[in-house]
Design a protein around this ligand. Structure first.
Ligand code: PBG
Length: 331
């Protein structure tokens, strides 16, 4: 179908001549409903600290968490993702702290659900904040052991569900973990806790600032290429998504986002499940840094987020959630 007229009868600029007309025919939009804000939490009291590699983003001690959650509420951002900054003294080879019912994330979930019950809470299931080697799983005979790791992840997921987490988000890329987690949640009567699988997570260079933010960067010796996806591949993404849906994932995530829009689009077109995207820390940094240096305009943020929607994402995990929610309100 190719219904194209020709100039001068057809002038595409005719529909661009005023703002209201452009708005009228726009194909994509973004609202605060589409946003998930990642929040970094830390131990201690009265701490709101800057993160060098993530300008504008802070780590909050739990007693200060309300300062950001009040904004989340004010700007009607539906969901937050909590990420813990774990002190070295609490890290070990097995990531034992992940299963401590009184760990930072557990206390964080309880606090949000108590003080801000209307805000959804999403949590990573992965061991990297807790391991002394910075990997997402346990190492046995010099390998990240898939099946032993799953045993721990299942317990981590159950613990987070017990604390009140709404969305369990396995981000570790072990094979078979979605099925096992679903089974364990159901067995414990958490059938309404949903699973957002980081089904398509690439072994990306763009996670650098995040690893700094959660304190795993200096720990990590090698890369994560034996479990996260090879960035040269796209067919493999289909296999990942298909398996995770079969195992019981309610939603799937593509990560990073901006440089993988082709993958988002393909998944959206081929699977009828909600596809989310993660605008990761490296992507955030590039835009934020350029805006601060006045090399890019503020509007670059909305352009970057609309791109996700155009590609087919229903929601976006983004460090820009508050900035953009403020803007959307003003439009
Ligand atoms: C941990 C995890 C990572 C991110 C989210 N969860 C980093 C990694 O896999 O090394 C990255 C987020 C970002 O860069 O913003 N599994």
């Amino acid at each position: 179908m190719n219904i194209v007229g020709s100039y001068p009868k057809t002038r595409l600029r005719r529909l661009r001549k005023s703002k209201w007309l452009r708005n009228l025919i726009s194909e994509t939009s973004i609202s605060t409903n589409d946003l998930i804000l990642p929040i970094f939490i830390r131990e201690g009291k009265n701490k709101i600290e800057s993160i060098k590699s993530m300008p504008g983003i802070k780590r909050y001690s739990l007693d200060k968490l309300s300062s950001i959650l009040n904004q989340v509420r004010k700007y009607k951002i539906p969901t937050v993702a909590l990420f813990p900054y774990t002190p070295n003294s609490k890290k070990d080879k097995q990531g034992t702290e992940a299963l401590n019912p009184n760990n930072l994330v557990c206390r964080g979930i309880k606090l949000v659900k108590k003080k801000f019950p209307e805000i959804g809470v999403m949590c990573d299931v992965a061991l990297d904040p807790y391991t002394s080697h910075g990997h997402d799983g346990v190492i046995i005979s010099n390998k990240i052991d898939n099946d032993q790791t799953i045993k721990i992840l299942v317990k981590q997921a159950l613990l987070q569900a017990r604390m009140g987490c709404d969305i369990i988000a396995p981000s570790d890329m072990m094979d078979g973990r979605i099925g096992k987690i679903r089974q364990e949640l159901d067995r414990n009567n958490f059938k309404d806790v949903s699973i957002l699988s980081y089904a398509v997570k690439y072994a990306s260079n763009f996670y650098g600032p995040f690893r700094d933010a959660v304190g795993s960067k200096s720990k990590l010796k090698n890369d994560k290429k034996t479990y996260q996806m090879d960035f040269r591949n796209s067919s493999e993404a289909f296999r990942e998504v298909a398996l995770d849906i079969k195992e019981g994932a309610d939603m799937v995530m593509v990560k990073p986002g901006m440089i993988y829009l082709d993958i988002i689009k393909q998944i959206k077109n081929n699977f009828k499940v909600p596809v989310l995207a993660y605008q990761v820390s490296g992507e955030y940094f590039l835009i934020k840094n350029a805006i601060q240096k006045k090399i890019l305009k503020d509007d670059s943020i909305i352009e970057s987020l609309i791109a996700f929607k155009r590609a087919g994402a229903c929601a976006i995990v983004t460090y820009f959630a508050i900035d953009i929610a403020k803007k959307i309100k003003n439009i």
